[in-house]
Design a protein around this ligand. Structure first.
Ligand SMILES: Nc1ncnc2c1ncn2[C@@H]1O[C@H](COP(=O)(O)OP(=O)(O)O)[C@@H](O)[C@H]1O
Ligand SMILES: CC(=O)OP(=O)(O)O
Ligand SMILES: [Mg+2]
Length: 366
């Protein structure tokens, strides 16, 4: 089965056509993706593809009801669309992807695979906010977690690289891209993660603030009279590395600033790393220790500075990098110091593989 994987992220659309042996048969990255306007380029891509038997979509939010991949019909599409307010940067783009491909490939079955599904196993203690019980129940307020397709793939791949069954390992995965989150996976199940009810919680990201004191948000709302939409715009698109440096939030740009001793870039980088280290240690507490640490995503795969900064001072956890390997290795690779008790890997993010396999399972491999 040839599966076309459609990954609509916060800033781009990535298409990957995987053949029945999961080899890449065709690919296309669109940096600007707004839905309908690019339909011409999608038709061109489809016309040039050897064949397409199924389409697998990455959908960021599955809410309380979508805990597994599902065949898309009109009802499913509409229920996915209703979750848009919980992931305003992502969900509408995912729905645009579904609509665009149902127009371009009307007779090809499509499957939705959710970023939240892998975290459906979070223990209640990790998933719940300490809010009034009736609120939690009425609105399904809980920590859903995101990047699950990436965390699932990377944690399994780490077990393979360790030559251990998944059922025997504790892995902390750092998915560091434009969006960023950590997950603690024990015996193949996610037990904690840094993102929550929405993809805004947790780490400092390219343009998202990550966690801030809810009291600060309420104070701002009272003091400035800003609407929820205005605050959401600032927290999601004008904060993080971009906000602190008044730049794009691209880590390469921040690192150039650090190299040039720019004070704003240097401070933003230190804030990013401080939060990352703190959350990394928190994940090891949730997992009861760790056997492997994984860096993945655009930043995790390509930035030796971020990887070494992230583990600085975490030697007490058994994590230590080999400086030369960290600087020169290409994913997938072991970059830990030879004698370190914990293995550290950099692994290519392969949400496409996870989605292709899930799509085949849903469609019964027909
Ligand atoms: N060589 C590099 N060094 C540091 N950061 C990089 C490098 N290459 C890419 N990046 C970062 O990776 C980010 C994109 O990561 P990716 O996982 O592809 O994004 P997304 O979260 O949109 O899926 C960019 O914002 C950029 O900051
Ligand atoms: C959930 C999320 O933040 O996704 P991305 O990293 O693609 O923005
Ligand atoms: Mg991504």
């Amino acid at each position: 089965m040839y599966v076309l994987v459609v990954n609509a992220g916060s800033s781009s659309l990535k298409l990957r056509l995987l053949d029945p042996r999961d080899e890449l048969a065709a690919s296309l990255d669109l940096d600007e993706w707004s839905g309908e306007q690019e339909i011409g380029s999608l038709r061109e891509f489809v016309a040039g593809a050897p064949r397409i038997d199924a389409v697998g979509h990455r959908i960021v939010h599955g809410g309380a009801n979508f805990r597994e991949p599902v065949l898309i019909d009109t009802d499913v599409r509409n229920r996915i669309s209703e979750l848009a307010e919980l992931a305003p940067l992502h969900q509408p783009r995912g729905v645009s992807g579904i609509d665009a491909f149902s127009a371009v490939l009307p007779h090809v079955p499509a499957v939705a695979c959710f970023d939240t599904a892998f975290h459906a196993t979070l223990p209640e203690a990790a998933a719940l906010y300490a809010l009034p019980r009736e609120w939690n129940e009425k609105w399904n307020l809980r920590r859903y977690g995101f990047h699950g397709l990436s965390h699932a793939y990377a944690s399994r791949r780490a077990a393979t690289l360790l030559r251990c069954p998944v059922s025997e390992v504790r892995v902390i995965t750092c998915h560091l891209g434009a969006g960023a989150s950590l997950a603690a996976t024990v015996r193949g199940r996610s037990v904690d993660t840094t993102m929550g009810f929405t993809p805004l919680e947790g780490l400092v990201m390219a343009a998202r603030s990550g966690s801030v004191d809810p009291g600060l948000v309420l104070w701002l709302q009272c003091r400035t009279g800003a609407t929820a939409a205005e605050l959401s715009h600032v927290l999601e698109q004008r904060s993080g590395l971009a906000g602190m440096t008044a730049g794009s939030g691209d880590m390469r740009e921040v690192l150039r600033g650090v190299a040039a001793a720019d004070p704003a870039a240097t401070l933003a980088f230190e804030v990013y790393l401080h939060r990352l280290r703190r959350e990394l240690a928190a994940m090891t507490a949730a997992a009861g220790g760790l056997d492997a640490l994984v860096f993945t995503g655009g930043v995790g795969e390509h930035s030796p500075e971020v990887r070494s900064g992230a583990v600085r001072g975490l030697g007490y956890l058994g994590v230590e990098l080999d400086a030369e390997h960290n600087r020169t290795a290409a994913a997938d690779a072991d970059i830990s110091a030879r004698e370190a008790p914990v293995r550290t890997f950099m692994i290519n993010a392969r949400e496409d593989l996870e989605i292709a396999q899930a799509s085949r399972t849903v469609l019964g491999n027909r």
